[in-house]
Design a protein around this ligand. Structure first.
Ligand code: ADP
Length: 620
């Protein structure tokens, strides 16, 4: 080169170095996936060009025949993957091949254990993309030129994968990207036509652009296409194998793992569209980030239009990956236009129903936990967001329950209703900050004694679920910590009798004035001395805690203290002559009730002093 190429050596972002270490050390046994990753990138680049050319045909620059070409040189030990897609500018090469822009990157590296085997599992979940080249190459050279830029604005990028890379300006006659892998000694067997053909068939058959190898034979000069080279979703279902679907999923989702399930539909009628939607096998890293992406891609007449088309999936199905291809949108459709488009609304409505149907079929099988464990918390948001499908989503929910006391949420509302006792009017639940707290709550005592099942909810989102899902199958959902109870077998009018306060209850009301809104005889307790109960439509203690933790104003907690008059502590209180001591004991009784439901005391040190004083007295 004669012109000044402005060569620069730059360091990789530290996460890239970590990723490279991992890639090289942990993917050794699965080396061949490098090709799938690079072909997938080449295909993305071609789709991006097709899209850009919709509004600027000149970008094709006389070459609109899109292809991915693979070449190899056995002697030199090189393998080349070339596309005539969108290409990269120098700046883009530096940014895209030297840093990781993916959301959840920090979380991912935080989650690594240092244990090679575990981490190799994680890395599949994260995806390695371009860096997979370094599994088989000890040096990688990338030549690229962005479509629509002049020949002299090409770039050459090179790295041995150890901490740094170089970039320089490069004359490049053709647009697009060429990646040259200098194969490691033990990876030279990849420079082989038969081997490459097999890998392309295995991993990249579904790529809709032709992937071409040099023709075989004596005087062969041309190229032959190795993959099926049609959009997979347009083929007939009976011609698509499970493996085809799985590899397509890995391409669209940038995932290494197989999907859990998929649904492929063609709609023909007023609207014409095809959807191919997947539920991943594992949750993406950013599932719980507020603005995490929704992974459905929009195609119009087979042309890729955009990723993460949020109008295609509601937030609560943000884990779904896949594509929607339709004829009923203009090719130049923008995100803004999608927001108020009838066709899109119809397609989204139908896609949601398809996915719910798919989840229903999983729920009918033995492996529903595989779906519920990673995605259940997200699906629950659907009860809050999606009025139209609320009942359908409600049937898909699973909870822990006193039925078997297991922490795994496995009880459906239908199963609960099927087990309801004769005369039971409500579906009972308890919310708490953990399953252990929920399980041990004194509020459950009478339910356990009477054999009435209670759902144990310990996800923060559950509090919102129960405020939106007020009934199921005609039965109200009722918190066991709020309001008066009416259990099967209770006499209807006994409430009034309870209100008639005993002298002890009167004394307690006075002693706890300002702490509890009132004191009454409990119908809930069999073993514990006391518990706190909110108003019928009040906020549970758990919700108050969640809101406070989120920095929100919550009105002061004034609930009723229910006391178990049969408990020895209450009997002891009843005969306490010293008013001062009575007040101390009453306060401890109240504070215990707060602790038993997993709450925080206003004055923990005071509580400890009070208890100690009582212990000393008792020991004396
Ligand atoms: P991902 O594909 O998940 O974004 P990669 O590490 O595989 O991550 O690639 C990083 C970026 O580099 C891509 O998003 C793309 O912008 C760019 N890139 C990679 N390969 C190509 C290519 N063949 N043509 C154009 N750009 C590419």
């Amino acid at each position: 080169m004669t012109s000044p190429t402005q060569q620069e050596t730059l360091g990789f972002q530290s996460e890239v170095n970590q990723l490279l270490d991992l890639v090289i050390n942990s993917l050794y046994s699965n080396r061949e996936i490098f090709l799938r990753e690079l072909v997938s990138n080449a295909s993305d680049a071609i789709e991006k060009l097709r899209f850009a050319a919709l509004s600027d045909e000149a970008l094709y620059d006389g070459d609109a025949e899109m292809a991915i070409d693979i070449d190899f040189d056995r002697e030199a030990g090189t393998l080349t993957i070339r596309d005539n897609g969108i290409g990269m500018t120098r700046e883009e090469a530096v940014n895209h091949l030297g840093t990781i822009a993916k959301s959840g990157t920090k979380e991912f590296f935080g989650a690594l254990s240092g244990d090679a085997r575990q981490d190799s599992q994680l890395i599949g979940q994260f995806g390695v993309g371009f860096y997979a080249a370094f599994i088989v190459a000890d040096k990688v050279t990338v030549y690229s030129r962005k479509a629509g830029t002049p020949v002299e604005s090409g770039v050459r990028w090179e790295s041995a994968g150890r901490g740094e890379f170089t970039v320089e300006n490069w004359q490049r006659p053709t647009r697009g990207t060429e990646i040259v892998l200098h194969l490691k000694e033990d990876a030279r067997d990849f420079a082989d036509s038969y081997r490459l053909r097999g890998l392309i068939k295995k991993y990249s058959d579904h790529i809709s652009t032709p992937i071409r190898l040099p023709q075989e034979g004596e005087n062969a000069e041309g190229r032959e296409t190795v993959n099926a080279a049609t959009a997979l979703w347009l083929r007939n279902k009976q011609d698509i194998s499970d493996d085809d679907y799985k590899s397509f999923y890995k391409h669209v989702a940038h995932d290494f793992e197989d999907p859990l399930a998929w649904v492929h539909t063609k709609a023909e009628g007023k609207l014409e569209y095809t959807t191919l939607l997947f539920i991943p096998g594992r949750p993406p890293f950013d599932l719980f980030e507020r603005d995490s992406k929704r992974g459905v891609q929009l195609y119009v007449q087979r042309v890729f239009i955009m990723e993460d088309a949020e109008q295609l999936m509601p937030r609560y199905l943000r884990f779904v990956r896949g594509i929607v291809d339709t004829r009923d949108l203009p090719l130049n459709v923008s995100r803004e236009l999608l927001q108020r488009n009838k066709a899109i609304d119809t397609i989204r409505g139908a896609s949601v129903k398809k996915i719910l149907g798919l989840i229903e079929s999983l729920a009918g099988g033995d492996d529903y936990a595989k779906f519920w464990a990673p995605f259940g918390r997200v699906l629950k948001e659907g009860v809050i967001e999606d009025h139209a499908n609320r009942e359908r989503i409600a049937k898909l929910l699973r909870f822990a329950s006193t039925h078997d006391d297991r922490a795994e949420p496995a009880v459906s509302l239908e199963a609960y209703v099927g087990r309801m006792k004769e005369g039971q009017k409500a579906i009972y639940y308890l919310t708490a900050d953990s399953h252990a707290t929920a399980k041990a709550s004194p509020h459950l005592e009478v339910f356990r004694a009477r054999g009435v099942e209670v759902l144990l909810l310990s996800d923060p989102v559950d509090e919102w679920v129960v405020t939106h899902l007020t009934e199921f199958d005609g039965k109200p959902l009722k918190s066991v910590t709020l309001g008066k109870l009416e259990l099967p077998g209770d006499e209807p009018d006994k409430d009034d009798a309870d209100e008639a306060a005993t002298p002890l209850v009167e004394r307690l009301r006075k002693a706890l004035d300002g702490k509890a809104s009132s004191v009454r005889k409990s119908t809930r307790l069999t073993d514990s001395p006391a518990c706190l109960v909110g108003e019928d439509h009040g906020m549970s203690a758990n919700l108050q805690r969640i809101l406070r933790a989120a920095g929100q104003e919550v009105p002061p907690d004034q609930r009723v203290l229910e006391v178990n008059l049969a408990h020895p502590l209450l009997q002891r209180l009843d005969v306490e002559p010293d008013e001062d001591r009575f007040a101390q004991l009453a306060l401890v009784l109240f504070e215990q009730a707060v602790l038993a439901e997993g709450g925080r005391l206003e004055d923990p040190a005071g509580f400890v002093q009070r208890v100690n004083r009582l212990l000393v007295d008792a020991a004396a």
